[in-house]
Design a protein around this ligand. Structure first.
Ligand code: UDP
Ligand code: MG
Length: 315
């Protein structure tokens, strides 16, 4: 088969009920482009029968290409595998739960045809998500924007289109702890946002519990910023500065009054406070060291159990 113009990538982790809806919706939209396309469904270790659903689709339509993982590797890794297997001139990442309406793909493609290499979809509204998720997500995007050197667009998830030039660079970025939206911003080229309304899930529950959200946030911060490491230095300077002021003050007070600052309470508080700051700093350094360790091991990013074709550059 000739290489398609468009590759649509959908990561799937227990989305059994969504697959039969996703496929026709994507098909309907992609047929309107009049160009050949492929739908890469990456099964991220589903246990609910999604895997069979994907296999059946792939048998009935050769444009559907399954990549089935040996276990759950996480959303960002699943999308990465999709990128590795993609062959299109433009690659679109979309959630399988239909929160990102496939119809928006046409808007992304229109911008690509105007010459933009990365077209990201900006959530101007998020329907059907909890107050907690919306608030934490909003704070998170703003925090990341402030502390990183790369301009990662606000309120933007992984729903985006990337030209094959960008995809070629992404295929070379083999870091283990991945924050794809940051990585695609880092690549550069001409980038632009397109607004859309994020819908509620078509079926099922979120596969991003708080634990996974925190993990993603930590990856985002550590992959694109030294800010936490610098924070330790900053607090260190403040503590040292305070002690330089405190030493003569204490000496003078003790000499002049004789009774000031007796007792252990102040000492205990300060020891605990500084001990806490030091342990937190160690923990921050540990986060970075753990990531260096993961890179040093050089393990493959994912293990594919089943797929019809080999990617150019997988693992
Ligand atoms: N997903 C995945 N692996 C995971 C968690 C999620 O492939 O470990 C997929 C999931 O099936 C969906 C997409 O990633 O297609 C986004 O997940 P979800 O909708 O649960 O996240 P939310 O929209 O709630 O942030
Ligand atoms: Mg979702």
């Amino acid at each position: 088969m000739k290489n398609p113009t468009f590759s649509i990538i959908a990561p799937i982790f227990n989305e059994f009920e969504n697959i039969p809806e996703l496929y026709p919706r994507v098909m309907e939209v992609m047929e309107q482009t009049g160009e050949p396309w492929e739908l890469i469904l990456v099964d991220d270790g589903s246990t609910d029968g999604s895997t069979d659903g994907i296999r059946e689709l792939a048998e009935s339509d050769e444009r559907v290409r399954p990549v089935i993982f040996a276990r759950n590797f996480g959303h960002q890794i699943a999308v990465t595998a999709g990128i590795d297997y993609s062959r299109g001139d433009a690659v679109v990442i979309i959630d399988a739960d239909l929160q990102d309406p496939p119809e928006v793909i046409l808007d992304l493609i229109a911008k690509w045809r105007e010459g933009y290499e990365v077209v990201y979809a900006v959530r101007e509204e998020r329907a059907g998500e909890s107050w907690f998720k919306k608030t934490t997500a909003s704070l998170f995007y703003r925090f990341i924007y402030r502390i990183t050197d790369v301009d990662i667009p606000l309120d933007t998830g992984d729903f985006r289109l990337m030209d094959k030039k960008v995809v070629a660079v992404m295929k070379q970025m083999r870091e283990k702890h991945r924050f794809l939206r940051g990585m695609s911003a880092w690549v550069g080229y001409k980038q632009i946002g397109v607004n859309y309304r994020r819908k509620p899930r078509f079926a099922g529950e979120t596969k991003y519990p708080l634990k996974k959200m925190i993990k993603l946030a930590l990856n985002a911060v550590t992959s694109f910023s030294y800010f936490p490491l610098q924070l330790a230095t900053f607090i260190g300077f403040i503590a040292a500065g305070l002690s330089v002021i405190a030493i003569p003050v204490v000496a003078i007070l003790r000499l002049t009054t004789g009774t000031a600052l007796l007792g252990q309470a102040t000492t205990i508080i300060i020891v605990l406070f500084l001990g806490g700051v030091q342990l937190i700093s160690l923990g921050i350094i540990g986060e970075y060291i753990g990531r260096i360790y993961d890179e040093a091991k050089g393990r493959p990013l994912y293990i594919v159990a089943e797929s019809p074709q080999d990617p150019e550059n997988a693992g």
